[in-house]
Write a protein that binds this ligand. Structure first.
Ligand SMILES: Cc1cc2nc3c(=O)[nH]c(=O)nc-3n(C[C@H](O)[C@H](O)[C@H](O)COP(=O)(O)OP(=O)(O)OC[C@H]3O[C@@H](n4cnc5c(N)ncnc54)[C@H](O)[C@@H]3O)c2cc1C
Length: 387
């Protein structure tokens, strides 16, 4: 059992840290204020070739694993970019996994290189307002007319839809009452044609620079050649990408938690109250020490899940556990960082309030902590399915 990062993995970490230097806490605080998408950050990573870290070499990617992608995302978030930085590129890194696995050569040639080069931005449209986590019941309809489909429906919380020119869309091709098992949904990767797709931004708690939206689709024409794989099998294709997505978001949460802890420890050393640094008090030390342990333990689960995935082994229990543990550890680290800063924890100047607002995202999405607990209870412990 080897817990050490390889030389290549260490190099990834330091190269990403270097690239992120111009995009410091002040940069992200400004984006959080003005809400503009961090195009320059996205471009910098694209030009340096990092957006293709986990994409096949045949299409311009680096062909590395989810372990390396997770390290990269953790490093980005850990510089203080948090979920704003991570979410700005998250979709490029692994979002098109269903295309890599189930797409035709022609589709990969058409879609992967521009995404890897940073010329295309894609959003991922699954969640719907009336079905929530019960994805198999989603209602957005794609009806086939000869060589194309016509799509009508509604999505919610779709991140980056303000800036994306492409959309990975899960839509129903078989009416729900006729669908068998997990069949009946189809997956498309297509142009986000704003003549037929209205995107309304949701005002939200944090990560203002990376938009999330209500999406109204009305008569969107999708050519058959933009359907991934077989009609009706879209849910199973999405399932393939769920574990790596959980691993990535877990890694991002660890990065954010570490950024909070670093700031807290620094402030605890510098802030003098009662004639001594506040960090000399156990009441300050212990919560931070506990957060360090929680983050490190969660990170081991992230790396284990990534290792299992990269070696083609089942990893659903570990990927879900990593997402759960990392999100909770991140949240507690951000909360402890605010307590350590006292009143200044509430001031934007010290950044930890921004971190705390962003720490809610890995808790809530892409799957809730409750549903992860349900999954572990059922699939690992053999208890009855509760949902
Ligand atoms: C910032 C942000 C960005 C997002 N980006 C995207 C995106 O790009 N694309 C996309 O498709 N989606 C996105 N989402 C959506 C996200 O994946 C969903 O919000 C999440 O899956 C939960 O779905 P829901 O909000 O509909 O919750 P609901 O399904 O309405 O659930 C509400 C609550 O009830 C609980 N609950 C429901 N059923 C049970 C049960 N049987 N047992 C126990 N508890 C239960 C849930 O755990 C949850 O706490 C994003 C969300 C956020 C907040």
């Amino acid at each position: 059992m080897d817990f050490m990062l390889s030389e290549e993995q260490e190099q990834i970490r330091s190269a990403i840290e270097k690239l992120c230097i111009p995009f410091n806490d002040e940069y992200w605080a400004a984006r959080d204020r003005d809400g503009t998408f961090p195009d320059d950050f996205h471009r910098t990573l694209g030009e340096a070739g990092w957006l293709g870290i986990a994409m096949p070499e045949a299409y311009g990617g680096a062909g590395l694993g989810i372990t390396e992608a997770a390290l990269m995302m953790q490093t980005i978030a850990g510089t203080g970019a948090g979920l704003s930085g991570a979410s700005a590129v998250h979709m490029n890194i692994f979002g098109l996994h269903p295309v890599v696995v189930f797409g035709s050569d022609e589709q990969k040639q058409r879609w992967l290189p521009p995404l890897i080069q940073g010329h295309h931005k894609a959003c991922f449209a699954v969640t719907e307002p009336n079905t929530g986590l019960n994805t198999l019941k989603l209602k957005t309809r794609a009806v086939r007319h000869g060589d194309h489909y016509v799509v009508t429906g509604q999505k919610v919380w779709i991140s980056t839809a303000q800036v994306a020119n492409k959309m990975l869309l899960l839509a129903r091709t078989t009416p729900v009452e006729e669908a068998k098992g997990t069949d009946g949904l189809s997956l498309f990767y297509t142009d986000l044609d704003r003549n037929h797709v209205e995107v309304r931004e949701i005002e939200k708690m944090g990560r203002k620079a990376v938009d999330s939206n209500q999406v109204f689709i009305d008569g969107l024409r999708i050519p058959v050649e933009d359907r991934i794989g077989e009609e009706g099998k879209g849910f199973s294709y999405i399932l393939h990408g769920l574990n790596p997505e959980r691993i990535l978001i877990a890694a991002e949460a660890i990065g954010l938690g570490k950024a909070a802890l670093r700031r807290a420890a620094q402030y605890a050393k510098e802030r003098i109250v009662f004639d001594r640094p506040i960090g000399r008090n156990q009441g300050i030390q212990h919560p931070l020490a506990k957060s360090w342990m929680e983050l490190e333990a969660a990170n081991l689960m992230v790396l284990k899940a990534a290792f299992l995935y990269d070696t083609d082994r089942p990893c659903a229990a570990e990927a879900n556990s990593a997402k759960y543990l990392a999100a909770e550890a991140c949240f507690h680290a951000c909360e402890n960082a605010i307590f350590t800063h006292g009143g200044m924890g509430y001031a934007k100047e010290y950044h930890v309030e921004r971190y705390l607002r962003e720490s809610w995202i890995p808790r809530l999405a892409p799957v809730s902590p409750q549903l992860i607990l349900c999954f572990i209870a059922e699939k690992v412990l053999g208890l009855d399915k509760s949902y």
